[in-house]
Write a protein that binds this ligand. Sequence first.
Ligand code: NAD
Length: 487
Amino acid sequence: MRAQPVASHFIDGEYVEDTAGTVIESVYPATGEVIARLHAATPAIVEKAVASARRAQVEWAAMSPTARGRVLRRAADIMRERNRELSELETLDTGKPIQETIVADPTSGADSLEFFGGIAATALNGSHIPLGGDWAYTKRVPLGVCVGIGAWNYPQQICCWKAAPALAAGNVMVFKPSETTPLGALKIAEILIEAGLPKGVFNVVQGDRKTGPLLVSHPDVAKISLTGSVPTGRKVAAAAAGQMKHVTMELGGKSPLIVFDDADIDSAIGGAMLGNFYSTGQVCSNGTRVFVQKRIKDQFLSHLKERTEKIVIGDPMDERTQMGPLVSREQREKVLDYVEKGNAEGATLVTGGGIPNDVSGEGFYVQPTVFADVTDGMTIAREEIFGPVMCVLDFDDEAEVIKRANATEFGLSGGVFTADLSRAHRVVDQLQAGTLWINTYNLCPVEVPFGGSKQSGFGRENSAAALEHYTELKTVYVAMGPVEAPY
Ligand code: NAD
């Protein structure tokens, strides 16, 4: 098998196997071929991982932030040196084209390790509070053992986005990748050790929806950071609340992208395509409800159709390929089901909607799809599809579109294309979402906080803001004189 790792789990600085765990098959989405066979963590493996993390935290938290940061920055350098190898692995794991993984996956993971490695020395300071004679100070202290649980769309990025701020702040982590994409996190664990990370500070255990709860409910775990769907988020948040654990929730979305009739139309179409077709549409922040002002609707749709039909679909390892398959057979069924609902509920199919003819029969491919004349009540306008299906809705004016854009339980992100900058700021100000873009879409550099509101979650990843979610404040009151007691 062409991507078989040494063993399923990485604990206390080494690969560990326990064949008693349920078998997890890693499938290459472009061909349907099994490329690795792993085992889900048994309770004994979970116990071993949490215990090793707990032991390691003492030494790691006692190191200076500068020294911790140096290890993370070294790991970032190694990831960049091995970008090609890691990107090929990410392509095998997810089916995303190498054209994307080579610029967006290990590199964004490395950015995160570099950024948090760099700010560790300065961003964890506390404050001094003068109180006349007495005074107080605050310290930012790590939480302890943090659990990271990943989704399958950006396995290496998600792993680093969680590990880098957690480790920079002096925490330790047990990371569980998605059972659909188990491979990349193991390589990151190896690289961190090579960069000098003490054993046990970062551990990887494999598993599915039965393994996750073992980690979430473990009494020695202080925090859970989940990237996943809203239903999973509800379960994890509820379990964590029972034990007063900290949580970060990066969940799903159905984000609005609003195109006013004064927008640069080519840029708006480019933004809408990136925000619906990149990673075969499997991006949580995608602008899947594209609201187009009526005056430019025909022009928008005709150019969009022409550009969409030119997308190169095929072998993800071919550098010319722009769109690969979906991650799994199950995901393809789900996406095709939504396409059927779109047709049945009266949306106009502009292009796509089926399985492309010219690709391998066993791969999980679907055509990039555009629906027009979508109305707010249609299933495809309300539910997260997580595939390359763009819904175009018409609108007349600003007040109307803001109201309709906000009429969703989700609040992850949104975007506006317009030449009128006052309008751009006015509109984003009123959109109920955590992350917004003006005249672009889906750019998430590590310097900028990322996360959702409403049912899309809470907490923020990236930027110094992420450190707040991996630390808590300790306050110390210092008396400078004798205690004055009335009794
Ligand atoms: P999912 O919710 O099915 O699974 C996510 C992870 O949670 C997996 O590792 C899974 O094994 C684990 N899990 C499942 N049930 C669990 C439980 N009860 N307790 C603990 N862990 C459990 O999501 P998915 O299908 O892997 O990913 C797609 C979803 O993720 C989409 O909704 C997408 O929008 C979302 N997502 C969000 C972001 C973001 O940053 N906001 C990024 C990527 C993906």
